[in-house]
Ligand binder design. Structure first.
Ligand code: FAD
Length: 279
């Protein structure tokens, strides 16, 4: 059971409750991107179990005829055990997605996993063109090269700023530098990409830039935002006719995700404090 304080950011611990939330999103004109919480498994058993759960989730999304996709973390399905375990489990989930016409996103974790994640995405996308997408982080200095590589791969890209504390040798540290890189990468994507662009940001400047680039190039795109963050903006954009998909985490392992959201922003910490003291 998720305490009310965390339920702003996490849909619940059960598949059925989570899919009810996806259904609510659909009614507000948005899709849902469902993420089973879990990361950094060093044993094969939980990694395989989570891959199984993603396959069941895909069947349930299809059975309920919901507008939704799934998003998987590499370390949840075996990248820390070995690239082959991750590749096998990811392939299995993508095959389930292909059978039910459910799109599979791959989250991106810290920079030590980028090469393996991109290799697995590239080979899976060759077998399942337009069935997979991957998050790419603007804070990493390598990202321009990665986007040029992905331009020839039939996989969608979700551009995010990057959530991991990375060494300065590989990543921009200043917010302005990350924002500048994000805009530069958006320009590249809208110019060169026709295999799917997702703008994964709550930053109004990034969203406005994407909308302007869409008007200039007529390249299709979608907006992705987290459950519980700027939901008024999400609904407004959907009402204006943009494709908006809400990233919806669920599962028993909600505590770590919840504290990450709280630590990230002063306003979330105040929200948590108000919920505790009842003001
Ligand atoms: P920021 O400049 O951080 O925020 C802009 C404004 O948005 C803030 O001023 C604030 O008003 C609001 N805001 C942003 N975050 C919050 C919050 N938590 N609570 C309240 N208000 C907030 N990162 C990865 O490294 N790998 C991934 O695979 C990945 N997947 C993601 C998927 C989605 C759909 C989204 C939306 C983000 C994902 N991220 C991922 C996280 C991302 O990298 C950023 O850390 C996060 O989105 C914050 O950056 P921002 O673009 O929203 O801009």
């Amino acid at each position: 059971m998720i305490p009310p304080i965390a339920s702003r950011f996490v849909a619940g611990t059960t598949v059925s409750g989570t899919l009810d939330h996806v259904s609510d999103c659909n009614e507000s004109g948005m899709g849902g991107i469902v993420n089973l919480l879990g990361e950094h498994y060093h044993d094969r058993v939980p990694a395989d179990e989570d891959a199984d759960e993603y396959c069941r989730l895909i069947s349930e999304l299809a059975a309920r005829d919901l507008i939704g996709s799934v998003s998987v973390k590499p370390s949840q399905i075996g990248i820390d055990i070995g690239p082959d375990v991750f590749a096998e489990n990811f392939e299995r989930i993508v095959e389930a997605g292909a059978e039910e016409d459910v799109f599979v996103w791959c989250d991106m974790e810290d920079y030590t996993t980028t090469d393996t994640t991109l290799d697995v995405i590239e080979s899976t996308a060759q077998d399942h063109p337009h069935g997979v997408g991957v998050a790419i982080q603007a804070n990493l200095k390598r990202t321009g090269d990665d986007l040029r590589r992905l331009a020839d791969v039939p996989a969608a890209v979700r551009l995010v700023k990057g959530a991991y504390d990375e060494p300065s040798s590989v990543a921009y540290e200043k917010k302005e530098d990350v924002n500048e890189a994000y805009i530069e990468h958006l320009e590249f994507l809208f110019r060169e990409f026709d295999q799917g662009i997702a703008v994964g940001s709550h930053d109004l400047e990034m969203l406005e830039t994407a909308i302007d680039l869409h008007k200039e190039h007529d390249t299709p795109f979608e907006i992705q935002m987290l459950m519980g963050v700027r939901e008024d903006v999400q609904r407004d954009l959907a009402a204006k006719g943009y494709e908006v998909n809400q990233y919806i985490p669920y599962g028993d392992k909600w505590m770590q995700y919840f504290y990450r959201r709280i630590r990230e922003r002063k306003e979330n910490a105040l929200f948590a404090l108000r919920a505790v003291v009842g003001v």
